[in-house]
Design a protein around this ligand. Sequence first.
Ligand code: COA
Length: 435
Amino acid sequence: MSTDALSITDKRNDRTYEVPIQKGAIRAMDLRKIKTGADDFGLMTYDPAFLNTASCQSSITFIDGDKGILRYRGYPIEQLAENCSFLEVAYLLLNGDLPTTSQLDEWVDSVTHHTMLHETTKTFLEGFRYDAHPMGMFISTVAALSTVYPEARNVLDPEIRAKQIVRLVSKVPTIAAYTYRHSRGLPYIYPDNSLTYTENFMNMLWRMMEHQYRSHPMLARALDILFILHADHEQNCSTNVMRAIGSAQADPFVSVAGAAAALSGPLHGGANEEVLRMLDEIGTQANIPAYIEKVKAGHCKLMGFGHRVYKNYDPRARIIKWTADRVFEVTGRNSKLEIALELERIALEDEYFIKRRLYPNVDFYSGIIYQALGFRPEMFTVLFAIPRTVGWLAQWQEMITDPEQKIARPRQIYTGHMQRDFVPIEQRTGVSVSA
Ligand code: COA
C-alpha cells in the first residue's frame, strides 16, 4: 500500500478502499467508488459552509491561520505593506510576480487612463434615491458596466479578459467615489490623471471648488496600505462567489457585482461598519465590561473579533493598528480608538475569547481609521470592495485558466418527501408555516 494514501474500511460491507493523499487532501470524487451496491450513488462528503473543503488549487494567497501568517504570491503582507504601492501589489496578485520599473509604469499608466465612466453610467447612478446605501449603488453600477462592455462575455479570450481587468481595477474607485457624491448631493468629479490611484480616489471624493485637490501624503499612504491589506484573502465568502459565478462563464462585471454583494454582509465586509456602530453603542470605557458580558451571554457578537481561518492575531489587524497611529498623528486622536484598545485588552484576557481563540480581525481597527480619514460608516464596505476587486479578478483569472475547473455545482443530501401524489386543493388540510 502507498504511504501517501488513506485506507478506508466500509463497515457496511467490510470492503476496504485505498484513496490517494495529495497535498494533504483526498479527492472527494475518489469516495464515489465507496458504495454498497450497483444502485448506490456512492459516498459523498457533507460540509455545510465549506469548513474543510478545498474547492481549488491556488498559487495566489497563503494563509496560516494558526500562526497568523498572510502572504501574497509568497511575499509576507508586512513587507508588501511597508515597501509597495497598492497598484504594485495589484500587479503582483494578477500576474504572479512583482513588476519591473517599466512593467509598473505601463500598468499604472493603463489603469490611470481607464478611470472614466461612460456618461450613461453617471446617469444610471442618478436613478438611485438620495439615501441609497453606497454598497447597493456600487454593486448595481458594477453590474451595469456589463452592458457598457458587452465583449466582456468572451471570458475565454485572454486579451479580452486582460482588458476587462484593467477596466474594473480602474473604474471601481470612480464608481465608489460617485456613490458618495450622489449620497451627499454633490457634483461628480472627473478623475485626475496626474494623481496616484489613492490620491485620485480622494480627489474624486472630496474636491470642492479648489483647482486641484491635494490629499495629505500620510493619509493617502494610509489608504494605500489599507488597500494592500484588503486586496486578497484566498477562498473567503465573496471570492468563492466570484469563482462560482465566473465558473458559469458569466462576464467579470456581473461576477464582481455578485462577489461585492456577498462582501456587503455583516459577517463579511460589512463587519467594519458594525464595529463602529458597536463602539458608538458602548459609548464610554466604563461600559465595556457590561458589553462583554452581553456578548458572552450570546446576546450579540463582538464585531471585528473572530475569523473562520485565523485562530491567532490577524496579521492585517497588527499593521492597521500601526497605520492608525500614523493617521492619528495627522488627524488627532479619536475617542473610539481608546474604547477599541480597551475592548481588545479586556477581551484578550477573558476566558470566553481565549477558549474560542477569538482575536481582532482586519475589521476591528479599519473602521476607526476610515472614520478618521473622513469616511462615513456606510462607505466602509465600498472601501473594502475597491482593493478586493483585484483579488476577485486574480482568483477569477486563475479559475478560468485552470483545466480542472468546471461549473461550480455542489451536491446535497435530500431530506424532503421522496414521492407523494398530488392532492386537489379542496382536500388539502394545510400546513403550519413556521418562520
Ligand atoms: N463574538 C462573540 N463570540 C464569537 C464571535 C464574536 N465575534 N465569533 C465567534 N464567536 C463564538 C461563536 O459564538 C462560537 O461559540 P460557541 O462555540 O460557544 O458556539 C465560537 O466562537 C466559534 O464561532 P463560529 O461562529 O463557529 O466561527 P465561524 O468561523 O463560523 O465564524 C465569523 C467566523 C467571522 C463569521 C465570526 O467570528 C463572526 O461572526 N465575527 C464577527 C463578525 C466579523 O468581525 N466578521 C469579519 C470577519 S473578517
